[in-house]
Ligand binder design. Structure first.
Ligand code: AMP
Ligand code: ZN
Length: 468
């Protein structure tokens, strides 16, 4: 498999460090609010990467952290604590907020067919590991104590700016307009490893440490959590492109200073989902969540398809119109699959040829739009339905679009001989409400139908229904 590596700025043949396992790490969510669909684009593409590796025969161990402490409003260790901000907003404790939004995150992932990583570790579980790493960095003189905090000294490194995507002046993260520079820092890129109460008095979660009562910086959690579960080396580290600097740059700095050798070989960065107005935000404009998509009548898997249609290294623009196009594509695709007949023998040669195309798409730097083309190739192929269904089922392990399940649901929907004018009228009223963008009324009718034991299914030929 060829993967683009942000460290080398080129596509490289992927070769794992150990023949029996691929060690993969993902920066998890900061659980102070719902994930927006931009965040979830990153998790969808990382899920596809993990599943593609497994599909291609690798054994994968994937670890993800949950950031429930230490992430400040600016990634450069300044501003308000994100968790505290969430707790204040909802008048709850930080741990209540963390639990609620962790559960909400995994509920969203389940709807998007994102597999839960093998290990999920909340940052607050690993305080001893952070203290140990900070102590070692102090001993090795890669860190210093100033004004109540422990900082990493970036001047001790041969090379700090490892991704070299950024111009030197862009690295001045501490001196952005409106952001106060931390006068304790010896160098502008130095970052906090451990905060003490001297800096943030209202921090809710604090632990004893050799440097006073305090809490870890954000970056150190990913280094320690990955080493706890994956050991001292790693194959692939994933995250959104905004994490490349300073978060991942700092992770590499402290991990390699601590270990004394190279830490991670491949860096997989997913580019951003933006709105037509620009950057996606949790506070400005429409807060785009999975629930909002559902409220507007979109199956979360339509959003998954929308993401798969473009390459993970391209910025993607979200608009309701673009999502509607993906919905039409999804429904047409499912309708075509629903016409395939079950039964019969799979033709192994034809199956292998179709699989080959799909694998080629994955092997070419996870070209998911080409992988979707391979799905259409199956439908057009000169082979029997059994082979087509087998190939689609095989591909769907990676794509996660419920291709066969949705097709089955569609073909089982509303037996042709069933007529019920009352139900038909309600379905028609819901369609009219949706056309007028009266989502509340459309939802009310759907709930009423549900209460009567009727499930509704949107298809390219209109809305169908069935008794459940
Ligand atoms: P956070 O919860 O803020 O720590 O972010 C979770 C993940 O979402 C990180 O990997 C971010 O890099 C990623 N991310 C943030 N914004 C976007 C976006 N607009 N599009 C894609 N990924 C994003
Ligand atoms: Zn991280």
């Amino acid at each position: 498999m060829y993967l683009y590596n942000s460290l080398s700025h080129k596509k490289e043949l992927f070769v794992p460090n150990h023949p029996d396992i691929v060690k993969m790490y993902t920066c998890g969510p900061t659980v102070y609010h719902y994930a927006h669909i931009g965040n979830l684009r990153s998790y969808i593409m990382e899920d596809v990467l993990e599943k593609a590796l497994r599909y291609l025969g690798y054994n994968v161990k994937r670890v993800m952290n949950i950031t429930d402490v230490g992430h400040l409003a600016s990634d450069a260790d300044t501003g308000e604590d994100k968790m505290l901000k969430g707790a204040k907003r909802e008048n709850k404790t930080v741990m209540d907020i963390a639990k609620f939004y962790t559960d909400a995150f995994f509920a969203d992932c389940a709807k998007l067919n994102i597999k839960t990583p093998d290990v999920v570790e909340p940052a607050t579980n690993c305080i001893d590991e952070y203290i140990h790493m900070v102590e070692t960095l102090l001993q090795k003189e890669y860190a210093y104590f100033a004004g109540g905090n422990v900082y990493f000294d970036t001047s001790k490194l041969e090379k700090y700016n490892v991704f070299f995507d950024h111009k030197e002046e862009d690295l001045e993260v501490g001196v952005r307009e409106g952001v106060e520079e931390d006068s304790n820092k010896r160098n502008k890129n130095d970052f906090v490893l451990w905060f003490t109460k001297s800096k943030f008095e209202d921090q809710a979660l604090k632990w004893d440490s050799p440097w006073g009562v305090g809490y870890p910086g954000w970056h150190i959690e990913c280094s320690c959590i990955s080493m706890k579960h994956l050991g001292e080396d790693m194959d692939i580290h994933c995250g959104g492109i905004d994490n490349a600097f300073p978060h991942h740059t700092n992770e590499i700095a402290q991990s390699e200073a601590y270990l004394g050798h190279k830490w991670c070989n491949y860096w997989f960065h997913v580019h951003h989902l933006n709105t037509e107005g620009g950057k996606m935000s949790k506070s400005k404009g429409e807060f785009l969540t999975v629930s909002l998509l559902e409220e507007k009548g979109y199956d979360p898997l339509v959003y998954r398809l929308f993401c798969l249609q473009s390459h993970y290294r391209r910025n993607l623009v979200f608009s309701w119109e673009n999502l509607e196009n993906a919905k039409v594509t999804y429904e047409k695709l499912i309708a075509k699959i629903a016409t395939l007949e079950e039964g019969g023998e799979v033709e192994s040669e034809a199956f292998a040829a179709l699989k080959q195309r799909f694998e080629t798409a994955l092997n070419g730097d996870l070209n998911t739009s080409l992988a979707i083309t391979a799905v259409y190739d199956v439908l057009k192929a000169k082979t029997n339905d059994a082979t087509k269904l087998a190939a689609l089922n095989d591909f769907d392990y990676v794509l996660g679009l419920d291709l066969l399940k949705a097709a089955k649901r569609l073909s089982e929907a509303q037996p042709k001989d069933e007529v019920d004018p009352e139900i038909d009228a309600l379905v028609a009223a819901r369609t009219a409400a949706k056309k007028e963008k009266n989502w509340a009324e459309a939802d009310r009718i759907r709930d009423e139908l549900k209460a009567r034991g009727i499930e509704i299914i949107d298809t390219p030929q209109g809305t169908k229904w069935k008794r459940v």
